[in-house]
Design a protein around this ligand. Structure first.
Ligand code: GLY
Length: 286
């Protein structure tokens, strides 16, 4: 399909400490997710469909801290956050502290499409899901044995930013949050502007310490820096430098601009990333 826009997609699998033996599998997971989204864009599908599809793949992959395989809170339960946002319309949808939802990113999209409210939390999100006929699952089904056995710190979040052939940008971010969090704790991922943001300049998805990311409204800050500095890579680095300077926190982010240029930066130990540019080549980084 001919287009005056240069499509692109970038996916992250979460920032944090990753055991060396797990890194190749996580990079593979990011690559598969990026390819799933890219296939949708290549067929003329929307950035929103692409970003959602990429994040669903990561939520369903137990290696990542989102959906199945989410980290456990202090009660040994899975409580998840997710958000989607469209850059052109500024439409967004988010859910926080939800249990028993296999793909929180799908529910966040339904919140956006329903349009009555932008953000539902906990029991209210489940009431919304029930009201629209959205399937729920046994909360225990999302706990993988390695998580239960390890019961140790697992950082990470998953996210995708996509630019489609019509020049539209969308972002999707999903997470189990941080290990051993208190029940009801909400991180940056579902907070519009903090862990997830898209506008007519670009889109950003963040990962890392939510309490630090929220304090500098990192996703929107990165897009403001993009406006000033024009280069996504420079904006990504500057946002992470600002986070470190102002909060001492650790995080990572991925970014795409309207021209299809991508950037990613982190001050976490690792952040598996996969991106595909207009030539169709898959790039991996960590
Ligand atoms: N960045 C994920 C969280 O803090 O919940």
């Amino acid at each position: 399909m001919k287009s005056k826009f240069t499509p692109a997609i970038i996916v992250h699998g979460g920032g944090g400490r990753i055991r060396a033996e797990e890194l190749p599998q996580r990079l593979d997971g990011c690559k598969d997710a990026a390819l799933a989204g890219w296939g949708i864009i290549q067929q003329g599908g929307s950035a929103l469909d692409a970003a959602e599809a990429a994040v669903i793949m990561l939520e369903d992959n137990p290696l990542f801290n989102a959906g199945t395989g989410s980290t456990l809170n202090s009660l040994g339960q899975v409580e998840m956050d997710a958000a989607v946002m469209e850059g052109e319309t500024l439409r967004a949808g988010a859910v926080a502290a939800v249990q028993g939802i296999k793909n929180p990113i799908k529910l966040a999209r339904r919140v956006m499409e329903d349009g009555r409210h932008l953000f539902y939390a906990a029991e209210g999100a489940l009431l919304f899901a029930r009201a629209i006929g959205f399937a729920q699952c046994d909360p225990e089904a999302l706990i993988v044995e390695t998580e239960r056995a390890r019961w140790q710190e697992k950082h990470g979040t998953v996210g995708c930013v996509a630019l489609d052939l019509e020049g539209k940008i969308a972002v999707a971010t999903s997470t189990g949050g941080i290990f051993n969090k208190l029940p009801g704790r909400v991180g940056d991922s579902p907070l519009i502007g903090c862990g997830t943001y898209a506008n007519d300049c670009g889109g950003v998805s963040c990962t890392g310490q939510g309490e630090a990311i929220i304090r500098i409204v990192m996703a929107k800050t990165a897009l403001d820096l993009l406006k000033e500095r024009a280069e996504p890579q420079a904006a990504a680095h500057q946002a992470i430098a600002l986070l470190a300077q102002k909060t001492g926190g650790a995080a990572g982010l991925i970014i795409i601009d309207r021209q299809g240029k991508v950037g990613h930066a982190r001050n976490t130990e690792r952040m598996p990333v996969s991106f595909i540019l207009s030539d169709g080549q898959v790039h991996l980084d960590s």
